[in-house]
Design a protein around this ligand. Structure first.
Ligand SMILES: NC(=O)c1ccc[n+]([C@@H]2O[C@H](COP(=O)([O-])OP(=O)(O)OC[C@H]3O[C@@H](n4cnc5c(N)ncnc54)[C@H](OP(=O)(O)O)[C@@H]3O)[C@@H](O)[C@H]2O)c1
Length: 259
């Protein structure tokens, strides 16, 4: 029975993922900030109790991520599914940017995701499927102006995903990210086109099909790909030759021979 390890499983798309994976017969390790308040998630356990475990994690706190990785030592994780995000960011207005809130958005949406990958890489490497998938957003890759805090945290997440796919691909670990669509949840004030479970179903299919060969990409719910970051494998800058050593190192990583 495969295992998915899922963050932000108490509500929204995360709760949808929990239901979809449980219905598909998977073992679900659900990580939430406040297990005592995860009533909807616990309700899923009524039908699937033996395949659902609920754990505490705060992505803004690296120590809590390490603590959970230690608690789950020896557990194999087929899919690390980074769904949680700080979505309740203050609206930004040029001239009065809230830098503390911006740092928090980066901590949770970008650095916390990287930390999860580092803390759980051996759990994933020991599994059969060996995948990491992060829920990003189209917002991180397009205009219009506004939502800078959230937008940049997701742009940076996409670069992290690209890096992780290059670094972990040689170990057979496939890393990618995806946009869930416009989904009814607290973050969209229950507006949106898709129900959370529907969106989770689309992304599950993408994760099912993910391989090391298709990793490093940013997927739309229909399985098509969006630009993740510009890949400049011959990065000769205007007026300057890129350092050979840098190119060599990047090439070795691609070939799986990085030092
Ligand atoms: N809904 C959409 O249309 C849409 C569109 C594009 C991308 N997305 C992405 O899809 C994912 C899920 O979105 P959603 O709409 O379901 O959002 P949501 O309803 O706001 O849920 C966010 C989840 O993240 C958790 N979370 C927030 N901060 C955390 C922290 N520091 N540590 C651990 N967990 C934390 C929340 O837990 P608490 O309950 O404890 O706060 C909650 O479970 C996010 O990555 C979001 O950016 C959503």
């Amino acid at each position: 029975m495969p295992t998915v390890f899922l963050t932000g499983a108490n509500r929204g798309i995360g709760l949808g993922f929990a239901k979809v994976y449980l219905d598909a017969g998977w073992q679900v390790i659900a990580a939430v900030r406040n297990p005592d308040a995860a009533g909807d998630l616990k309700a899923l356990g009524v039908d699937h109790g033996d395949r659902l475990s609920i754990h505490k994690v705060d992505l803004a706190d690296s120590n809590s991520i390490d603590a959970l990785a230690t608690e789950l030592k020896g557990t194999t994780i087929d899919i690390l599914l980074g769904n949680a995000a700080k979505t309740d960011n203050p609206m930004d207005e040029f001239g009065s940017t809230n830098y503390d809130a911006w740092a928090e958005a980066f901590q949770v949406n970008c650095m916390g995701q990287m930390k999860m990958a580092e803390a759980f890489v051996e759990h994933v490497a020991a599994s059969d499927q060996k995948k990491m998938f992060f829920v990003s957003s189209r917002i991180g890759a397009k205009p219009p102006a506004g939502l800078i805090l959230f937008r940049t945290s997701k742009s940076a997440l996409n670069q992290v995903v690209m890096q992780l796919s290059l670094i972990l691909g040689p170990r057979g670990i496939a890393v990618a990210c995806g946009h869930p669509g416009f989904v009814k949840s607290k973050s969209t004030l229950d507006m949106g086109v898709f129900e959370a479970e529907e969106s989770a179903g689309y992304l599950k299919k993408i994760i099912d099909d993910l391989t090391v060969e298709t990793a490093g990409q940013f997927f739309d719910p229909d399985g098509s790909t969006l630009p993740i970051v510009t890949r400049q494998m011959n990065p000769t800058a205007f007026g300057a030759k890129a350092p050979d050593a840098w190119d060599d190192q990047a090439k070795k990583r691609e070939d799986g021979n990085a030092t």
